[in-house]
Write a protein that binds this ligand. Structure first.
Ligand code: HAM
Length: 452
């Protein structure tokens, strides 16, 4: 029979890597709490129309990457629906904002989420079909200040803080403004006109994009196309006075807070809901003192650690009230890859070990005695764990040599628990780093194990 494997583009996360995932999530939750964000958890699947309307029918995500299925009605009271595994979380958050009338509070809603997203992309390093995002959204009525450039700057400053606290070295913030819908329409016209004479010299994909969606030409990575694309008009020249002022205020606040950024005229992002500020944080490579050569991209071609921006019209697109907003999503898988590469480059930290390994010593031929010593081992482990110690429990059927070998791999000390120890209440403890063996009364065991 053929063995079953995780589906292409999905993977299992195992210890010790999961410890790093937990550390990242705990750090993110800590930073979000300090900036007064609360957690939102939306369903993993939604009505397909949410993404078609929110993210945009023409985007790569909606046109080719979504996991969508007909969900057949199971009862007369139900309708057959078309459902989709969420490819991103912003549309779901805004749907929830509308559904629960959060705008009625008159307050800014500051919401964060951590969870899986699904896109049928071509898998490669840093790009998966199930991946995890850590994201946040600030949304509310304009009267609550949701449109203010200060919100943009505060979110970006929070991200700089979060990446620093996570220990990500060498990130770059790329910043642009895609203006209002009207600004973008003007820019599209300018771009289309400028592309007409040069399109035949661009790659086949760009020739098609020049006609269907000129903005996407700016995403092209083909090296030969770059000089031509760099010479195209920039969106900054199509912004109206309001959009220009808004962006200038974002930059001024970032300058004041000392958050470094790079203006990137080509950052238009691949989702339709963006207005005004758009941004990405990339990770180009390790700093020069890393073991990998400087500038080596840890993430391969997928160097965007996170992306986001403003979406002032999204709520209306989903049938809700006016509710300007801004947010971002970080690719958690990519944070993990980056931190793992940095840790490889740094001096090795010893693996986390249990405080002690309890070795019950039994006689494998006497089932009753074996069961009794194993039960005694469980009781002792329970006692010590309740006192906060990390304990690994062996098995009474192991010979002493095997217990020592197992203990040496995962714990700093071994506690021998045989018939004699059980009767006398005096246990034998060996410390692997000093090699010292001691007799310890059971009542003092926890304190003794903690001393190391
Ligand atoms: P996005 O740029 O599509 O934006 O995704 C955000 C981040 O998710 C990317 O920068 C990347 O780190 C990660 N990511 C995306 N696709 C994959 C994948 N296939 N495998 C691994 N990581 C991936 C959004 O999703 C928007 N909802 C962000 C946002 C929130 N904008 C406003 N609010």
């Amino acid at each position: 029979m053929s063995t079953l494997k995780a589906v292409r583009g999905t993977r299992d996360l195992l210890p010790p890597e999961t410890a790093l995932w937990n550390r990242i999530e705990a750090t993110a939750r800590g930073v979000f709490a300090r900036y007064n964000f609360g957690e939102i958890r939306t369903p993993v699947f939604e009505d397909t129309a949410l993404f078609a309307r929110g993210v945009g029918e023409e985007t790569d995500i909606v046109s080719k990457e979504m996991y969508t299925w007909e969900d057949r009605a199971r009862a007369q009271s139900e309708k057959t629906q078309t459902l989709t595994l969420r490819p991103e979380n912003t549309a779901g958050v805004v749907r929830a904002y509308i559904e629960h009338q959060l705008g009625e509070t008159g307050q800014l809603q500051k919401l964060y989420y951590i969870g899986p997203q699904f896109r049928r992309e071509r898998p490669q390093k840093g790009r998966y079909r199930q991946f995890s995002q850590i994201g946040a959204e600030v949304i509310g009525p304009a009267s609550a200040g949701s449109e203010s450039p200060l919100r943009d700057a505060e979110v970006l400053e929070m991200l700089a803080t979060l990446l620093d606290e996570l220990g990500i070295q060498g990130w770059t913030l790329h910043l642009n403004s895609v203006g209002s819908t009207a600004d973008r329409a003007r820019y599209n016209d300018a771009l289309r006109a400028a592309l007409l004479p040069v399109a035949p010299r661009l790659c086949v994909d760009c020739q098609r994009r020049a006609e269907t969606n000129p903005l996407r030409v700016l995403d092209c990575k083909v090296p030969e196309d770059q000089p031509i694309i760099d010479a195209l008009p920039v969106i900054a020249d199509s912004l109206d006075e309001d959009s220009k002022q808004h962006f200038a205020a974002v930059l001024a606040a970032l300058d004041a807070a000392g958050v470094p950024y790079t203006r990137n005229h080509r950052l238009v992002r691949g989702l339709d809901y963006y207005t005004r500020t758009t941004f990405e944080f990339t990770h180009g490579g390790l700093p020069p003192h890393g073991a990998s050569s400087a500038g080596t991209p840890v993430l391969g071609a997928q160097n965007a650690l996170l992306g986001g921006g403003r979406y002032d019209g999204l709520s209306e697109m989903l049938g809700g009230p006016r509710a300007p907003g801004i947010g971002f999503a970080m690719g958690e898988d990519r944070l993990v890859l980056t931190l793992q590469a940095q840790e490889l480059a740094a001096p090795q930290v010893p693996q986390v070990q249990a405080d002690a390994f309890i070795a019950p010593l039994g006689d494998a031929r006497d089932q009753a005695a074996l069961a009794a010593i194993n039960a005694a081992g469980l009781v002792l482990a329970r006692e010590l764990r309740h006192q906060g110690l990390w304990i690994e429990l062996g098995d009474g059927s192991f010979r002493l040599k095997k217990s020592f070998e197992a203990a040496d791999k995962c714990a700093r000390q071994i506690v021998i628990l045989g018939e004699d120890e059980l009767k006398s209440g005096i246990l034998t403890v060996k410390n692997f780093s000093t090699g010292v063996q001691t007799k310890v009364p059971r009542a003092e065991l926890a304190a003794h194990l903690c001393l190391i």
